[in-house]
Design a binder for this molecule. Sequence first.
Ligand code: GUN
Ligand code: ZN
Length: 451
Amino acid sequence: MSLAPSSLRAWRGPIVHSVADPAEVGLEASYEYFADGLLITEHGRITGLGPAETLLPDLRQDAEVIACPNALITAGFVDTHIHYPQTDMIASYGEQLLDWLNNYTFPAEQRFADSEHAAQTANVFLNELLRNGTTTALVFGTVHAASVDAFFAEAAARDLRMICGKVLMDRNAPEYLLDTAESGYNDSKALIERWHGKGRLHYAVTPRFAPTSSHEQMTLAAKLLHEYPDLYLHTHLSENKKEIEWVQALFPESRHYLDVYDRYQLLSERSVFAHGIHLCDHEYERLAETGSALAFCPTSNLFLGSGLFNLPKAEAHGVNVGLGTDVGAGTSFSILETLNEAYKVMQLQGAKLHPFKSLYLATLGGARALRLDDRIGSLAVGKDADFVVLDSHATPLLAHRMQYATSLEERLFVLMTLGDDRAVRYTVAAGNIVHERDAAPDNRPPKPTSI
Ligand code: GUN
Ligand code: ZN
């Protein structure tokens, strides 16, 4: 990892980036491609983008040029829903949502009262994100303020654009993980004052989901959003049938699940709801009207048997959608693998996910869902220099299959279907190389400590 003050660099190779939603402008107008492109970065920002032959003659002599053959350079991936503490229990066997939470998730989250433990997992988590080309994520901590301090400290050390929040949870969970409405409010406020707007860090008010917050806690969550208008609201919505029945029983006055949050005025352009699988038309309408976003988390929805997210319906209603891995219910940190599963979720509903739409969801669409598209999500000049260099020959199978790919969209589709962390050659954040696959010792399996 190189975190020297970012100097003038030019990355040369095939460059593709999303510039609009294919649903709005059509496939062809949704991306820009340079077969032999140059991406110039300085002081953490993108300062040039275009054909190499046009830009090279005027490139300053002191620029370091990095050649990227057999590559696709694109914007850093955006993960709009993930839990960093669940790195410790990803791949836990056999349960659907509510039992999975009780049997695996809550016991693992208990350990984050210890800031040493939190720092260790935050370090592993951020290394995983970067190994997979994800440069921005909307992240759940645990109920412990220390978990968020540890996360932000690690993210700040890498100069990453990250969003995180302390979980608010004052009922219907084990005693050892509960806050109170008042302590949740006070702890969140202190974290906001410490971290929000510092460097590239942002804070999200994070009630876990409707069943685990009291009326008083929801009211105070709304108060925080009112006091700091540029905070995010991050929670779960309509993921699992038993969860939905539980919410109906707890909030009989609410018209539907989303209405619980709506009544507390938690819907806005800065609200992100994970899942939203079993929604009625009115819920889609309210999401669209308020500019709220849904995080589509296919590996999680398949792993927990939650259901199939209806992307065409969300699109038809004009709801913003980003892609989420939802680790640890999700089974991969890789946005490429997440796109592979998203494609299959669409197939099961008789729909197609075009590779240019996938590229959009993984980058600019995620940035839009997070209202960060003025800073990240594409390679436009002036944006943060957050990008990835994907290796289209990363594995023997990829190299073999690529010989027969005859178009950009086919190459993209093959990368999204067969690619994973091995396909990420470099990850760059704020112009710094924060992951270099072929130099990273953590890409080798750890030595066994005993036989
Ligand atoms: N609903 C409430 N908490 C969680 C969680 O940690 N993961 C998922 N997938 N759904 C939730
Ligand atoms: Zn989640």
